[in-house]
Design a binder for this molecule. Sequence first.
Ligand code: ZN
Length: 600
Amino acid sequence: MQTLLDQTIARTADQLLRQLSTGAYHHAKVKIWLFEDMAKRQAMQAELAAVGVQARVFSAYKPLLHFFLEEVDHASLQGARVQYPRHPACVSNRFLLEAYPLTGLFPGIDIQFTEGPDATGQSYYQVALSYADRTEDRRIFAPNVFSKDFLNLDVYAPSAWLKVTGGGHEHDAHMLSEYQLAFHAVMTAVVQHGWGHREPYFSQLHITMSLPGIERALLYGHERLSTTEAMHEDIYFSLLEFFQQHSGRAPGNRGLQPGQIVPGIHLDNQQGTARVRVMVDAESAIHSRSAMADSVPPDQDQNPLCGDASDLALVDGPFAPALVGQSLQSFAGMHFAFASKQGRFVNGVHRQGVLPAVLISGAQHANETSGVVGAIRAATHLQDNPDAHFVLVPIENPDGYAMHQSLCALYPTHMHHAARYTALGDDLEYREHAPWFERDARNHAFEASHAQLHLNLHGYPSHEWTRPCTGYVPRGFELWSLPKGFFLILRYRPDYKEIADRLLEHVMQQLSSNADLIAYNAKQLQCYQRYATSAPFDVRHGIPYTTAEASNQTPGVTLITEFPDETIYGDDFIFAHTVQMQTVLLATEWWWENFGKKPK
Ligand SMILES: [Zn+2]
């Protein structure tokens, strides 16, 4: 393991406390914005007050939301008119998104948003508050800085800030806090390293941070404020973007195989310093298949979160791989296993019958876990049909799945996108060449069964997804930054268009009789529409969806499910895999009924 960076960074809050307590700021009025939680910010205010400095300390992250949470008298507030700022370097609703989920948190208050002018310079929300007995106008500063990032793209990103007036001081400028410095230190260390030009560039790239910040659940859906989670997301996707560019590929390319990026971002509000390390395990030789076969698979991953497989309908958290293996044993059919890059097994079963074959798969993206249980539950019902014909591969990406389990041990509810792709760092669906590793399972499933319907079970974040160091909105994934209900994506080869459309209509129409699902979708879609300026999808029977022709795909029809399941537990998780199961049952039974009638 080679160390590329090992750095401690002084905590900005403590530096400011020392600087402002010297006596020189005695009669000054100070305003500070930091990536710190309310406890630390209030403690700073008290410490500064004790030495005669009048200070207010605000959150640099989601400042409007923090204003409503911390400063507004909700008890007598009746309405609020919010004009949000815009900036030419941002999508038009960037600051509207940063206000999410304000309306969800305060459902009894009439909150209306309007768009402000597109302007450079300092950004402010203009807020008009209506109380029973008075009105109040407030300007809420959104501290952001314009710069060029590591891709030389324009970014306008939240930043720490210091404003001082009075007592002979006049200061109004951004500063780089430990949170921002930690991000930039990682990117600089990685960008400056010599990676060569042969993928994968590393076996594992470990980014370890301990840093102060905000970790707070919000009383709306699965929403939370977490600068720790946001750092994981920003580091992981920024590194992918850097290696996409380094490889000469297009932005967002999913075939890139940089190696496995392993962020370990830890909240530490006790220390006076942040620490950041970047370590690379350069061993990048790809094992030959025979070497893989000889190697011992890693521990069959114990899941601390969920243990009981006796009743699949009650599985209330991401399923342990060992239990998935056990569940598969109960299926009659041709069992198969292929080794992943790291030597775990992708297990599957081909249940042969006279009906047209269907492939049911989960965890292509391994942090999307409700489809794993939904796939197994559905197949358990389908096998009761003596003519049933399906291939079941519940976990297509076991290396990512193992990483998700270990990340969840520390932060169970975070979205953990670093566990999404394989240990080679690619999306297995987009793998471009041999060695195929985990992709062999899907290849085998299609070759052995000739399935023309692929039910590909996915998920997406159950709460807001942000990237505060690169402009807040997740680049390339804007559609998925907020939950918007259970979503379907239909892809078809041109010769399958008609049957694909009929299948989708049938599935959505039947799902609409699930009143809980329709109510769940309606609530999320309504909230989504308050913050999104466009909705690049349609809604039919209460289900949001998109369709697209995919001329080159192997099966005639792919139906992708997207449940906001990153990462949920308990009754919410049970509801998620029940909806996944229902979708598989509806689609498969319709296919068996209708596909055989398609003229050949
Ligand atoms: Zn996915």
